[in-house]
Design a protein around this ligand. Structure first.
Ligand code: PRP
Length: 182
């Protein structure tokens, strides 16, 4: 089992069992809502890949999947509001029921950007499922259609989420000590 370095001492906010239970609930809810349709899941790299891999296996539905690479400028813990595409979609979303899969919804800049660029390609619908939602940090008036957990304004890592590209492999969601996440 990989554990974080002792000197970074991060504490568990969401243990893996609690995440797994919530992902099962989200999968059931999404499968009910999309019954009879084939949603197109778009995972936002890199943070969403762990959550998406677990979520897709809880969907009793036909689905297709794709990935979009997105990066915010800057390597710190605050989103600057500037977003760029690092990997485009591979297949057309025209007429599709797109379900964006995110690890975290924070200021809302990324989701707003995604709504704007994806709508240019005439999807039938665009919804968002996010594992984590930090509503207290929201700058833009956007909301997720499906939320795993509302979390406080703490810097979290693990289950796909990083700090300077580290910690994504941790099975639990953990809180970074504030002096680590400057
Ligand atoms: C995270 C997350 C979202 C975005 C949300 O990505 O995956 O895409 O931030 O923040 P916002 O609501 O303030 O825009 P990050 O930039 O950390 O990249 P990563 O997914 O590669 O870790």
């Amino acid at each position: 089992m990989t554990e974080p370095n002792q000197d970074r001492a991060v504490q568990i906010l969401l243990p893996r069992e609690k995440i797994a239970q919530r992902v099962r609930e989200l999968g059931a809810e999404i499968a009910r809502d999309y019954r009879g349709r084939t949603p197109h899941l778009v995972g936002v790299l890199k943070g969403a890949w762990v959550f998406m891999a677990d979520l897709v296996r809880q969907l009793d539905l036909d689905v297709t999947v794709d990935f979009l690479g997105i990066a915010s400028y800057g390597a710190g813990t605050n989103s600057s509001g500037e977003v760029k595409i690092t990997k485009d979609l591979d297949v057309s979303i025209e007429g599709r029921d797109v379900l964006i899969v995110e690890d975290i919804l924070d200021t809302g800049h990324t989701f707003k950007f995604l709504q704007e660029i994806l709508s240019l390609h005439q999807p039938h619908s665009v919804k968002l499922v996010t594992l984590l939602d930090k509503t207290s940090r929201r700058v833009l008036p956007v909301h997720a259609d499906y939320v795993g957990f509302q979390i406080p304004d703490v810097f979290v890592v693990g289950y796909g989420l990083d700090f300077n590209q580290q910690y994504r492999q941790l099975p639990d969601v953990r809180v970074m000590r504030s002096q680590d996440s400057v």
